[in-house]
Design a protein around this ligand. Sequence first.
Ligand code: GDP
Length: 290
Amino acid sequence: MTIQWFPGHMTKARRQIEEKLKLIDVVIELIDARIPLSSRNPMIDDILRGKPRLIVLNKSDLADAKETERWIAYFAAEGHRSIAVDSSTGTRVNEIPVLAKELLQHKIQRQIDKGINPRAVRGLIVGIPNVGKSTLINRLAGRNIAATGDRPGVTKGQQWIKVGTEMELLDTPGILWPKFEDQLVGYRLAMTGAIKEQVLNVEDVAFFAVKAIAGRYWPQMQERFGVEEPPKDLEDADEVVRVMEEIGRKRGCLVGGGRVDLEKASGIILRELRAGKLGRITLEAAQSEV
Ligand code: GDP
């Protein structure tokens, strides 16, 4: 479900998260390992106001493992613990409660010192739409939690879900808006399916996808689509379009006169990229961000 984010929705989403923050000890900020910066809410630091936070890079099964390591180091340099998981299969998901508890170690120790028996750590998952919040909640819960109110403003009665014996999670995640101000961020969100590409032009989204992938993952692109020549110059739009056309031709996306149906080719490129058919690809490099 796509959310149209209007200013009123953002205010409401923010207020809802702020209400939930009062109930919890730790925030689990879910981001997409393929686009760790573009999938973050632009105001996250301001909204969380120093609440202990674990960053979880989800969909790591689709991301470049080496890049993911670099991102973990990048977040560490920023002072944040992070972990890469795959919520669809559950890989490393069970480390989340352990790390969350570690973040609260001092608080828990103080309680123990005072003779208080520490209760289960209370957590809240937050993130932009489609980042995998419901999938992760279901994984941690070990069962299907009834469909979450996947819209800001739509809340059900909140409940705590037990995650093992040492953690409890709020069953409704905090839904945050993505960044809008930067067009490239929009394209990256569309490439990964976080926002519907119909909001943008499908050929433009595919153009930026091919440009990004051809630069760093050419062998994977070549293997998937059988394109022979990489673009000679990535800044040359004609060269990028030439590759898109070649993909279209290989896949039989033709219109009259042997011309390539670029829209159809673009759809194929994006579908296969999102499904991981081109292999594991990270669209934002930590190196250039540090
Ligand atoms: P939400 O809007 O944040 O609650 O996102 P969902 O949990 O509905 O997930 C959005 C889509 O991403 C669904 O199609 C999920 O199956 C998929 N998804 C979630 N986590 C992962 C993951 O770790 N790996 C992969 N490959 N897909 C995932």
